[in-house]
Write a protein that binds this ligand. Structure first.
Ligand SMILES: Cc1ncc(COP(=O)(O)O)c(C=O)c1O
Length: 389
């Protein structure tokens, strides 16, 4: 393996890597020295797990600005959080307003309910710059609209949507607003309580730097009673009850927790609180700017949705005149150690909008807190080498 190029991981949009050292240490320590479940054992190691998971909830609440940590629900990934939010709320005959930019984690649960339960869905298109306008969301709302579900930032283009303005414009309609923050949590500052929204879904394993298998759903006080749990079962509490406990977070958290994941998430969020999400955002913006400038100057490479007038994350999508996306991603990895992702990235609507759907999508490059400017330079050089005529 001595000939392989060293690894440049630009697939942080899928899951972040590497994690802070403290994450590895916490998971390893838990697995070797503890191994107890959460809320299910009367022993010292169980009490330690209780403390770690409770602290994890508190840290997530602090980072995302959730007033009461009990309204931070742990799930297994962003998909799980979005399914709980969607299936826990909508009923037959309801109408949902969403966008064509959504990840399949939102659009597939909605399609399932359209196909099987008579749900009506309006999917809004963005304007030319990729933004969903608040007016278009308001105009799509009806008498029977039960949910507005908007992606916070596209996992294909990185474009950040004006959630604050959208929420404010529809506030008087009293329709619950769900935000898919899978790409933004940990990448840009978020204060849930100050956003006019009801539910914020994210992964624990992307920008929050925890292990795979962790997810979060933040709930407003107003939504907690109308949202129904989609799974019932053991919570380790109130075992005498025949039905699911009503109190939070047990109402939505059945079955043993992913404790190795949560102790890792505890450490990942601890790192973010220490370093500051603003610092990470600044670093990722610098990387993205250099990447964009470098790739945009190469003849034969097209950077999609590259507008500098709209807020964007450190995620960008490119196509090549010389290679299809799969071939390009394979060459980048095998020849240069640059790890990206090719295809539709579970968001076919974005590719219809970009007109890249029928040609195999794009190659996505997504930076992370531990990517260096030198790695970006090496990546740009790899693209240059592959596009020399
Ligand atoms: C915007 C968006 N939503 C949802 C998801 C699903 O996340 P998870 O893999 O944690 O289920 C992703 C994953 O890439 C995403 O980018």
């Amino acid at each position: 393996m001595s000939d392989s190029p060293s690894r440049i991981y630009l697939d942080n949009g899928a899951t972040s890597w590497p994690k802070p050292e403290a994450v590895y240490e916490a998971v390893d320590r838990y697995q070797r020295e503890n191994g107890s479940p959460f809320g299910r054992g009367n022993h010292d190691s169980g009490a330690e797990v209780q403390r770690l998971v409770t602290n994890c909830r508190q840290r997530v609440a602090k980072l995302l600005g959730v007033g009461n940590p009990q309204r931070v629900i742990f799930t297994s990934n962003a998909t799980d959080s979005l399914n709980l939010a969607i299936h826990g709320l909508i009923k037959p005959g309801d109408h949902v307003v969403t966008t064509i930019l959504e990840h399949n984690s939102v659009s597939r649960p909605l399609t399932f309910r359209e196909d099987h339960h008579g749900l009506e869905v309006t999917r809004i298109e963005p304007d030319d710059s990729g933004l969903i306008t608040p007016d278009s969301v308001r105009a799509a709302c009806r008498e029977n609209t039960r949910l507005i579900s908007i992606i916070h930032a596209s996992n294909v283009t990185g474009t950040i949507q004006p959630i604050q303005q959208i929420g404010e414009l529809v506030k008087d309609l009293k329709i619950p607003v769900l935000v898919d923050a899978a790409q933004t949590a940990g990448a840009i500052p978020i204060n849930f309580e100050s956003l006019p929204i009801d539910m914020l879904a994210c992964a624990g394993h992307k920008g929050l730097l925890g292990p795979l298998g962790t997810g979060i759903l933040c709930l407003s006080p107003e939504i907690t009673n109308s949202l129904q749990p989609v799974r019932q079962g053991g919570t380790g509490t109130q075992s005498e009850l025949a039905s699911q406990p009503e109190n939070l977070p047990a109402r939505f958290e059945s079955g043993n927790h992913n404790v190795p994941g949560l102790v890792g998430l505890h450490a990942g969020v601890g790192y973010l609180l220490e370093v500051g999400v603003e610092q990470i955002q600044l670093h990722e913006q610098t990387l993205k700017h250099q990447l964009l400038e470098g790739l945009d100057s190469i003849s034969g490479v097209t950077v999609h949705a590259k507008s500098t007038d709209v807020p964007q994350l450190g995620v960008l999508s490119v196509t090549s005149d010389l290679y299809d996306p799969q071939t390009l991603a394979t060459l980048l990895s095998q020849e240069f150690g640059v790890e990206t992702r090719a295809g539709l990235h579970c968001a076919p609507g974005v590719h219809e909008w970009l007109r890249t759907k029928s040609t195999g999508g794009t190659v996505r490059l997504s930076v992370g807190p531990f990517v260096t400017l030198e790695q970006i330079e090496l990546t740009v050089n790899a693209f240059k080498t592959l596009h020399q005529f």
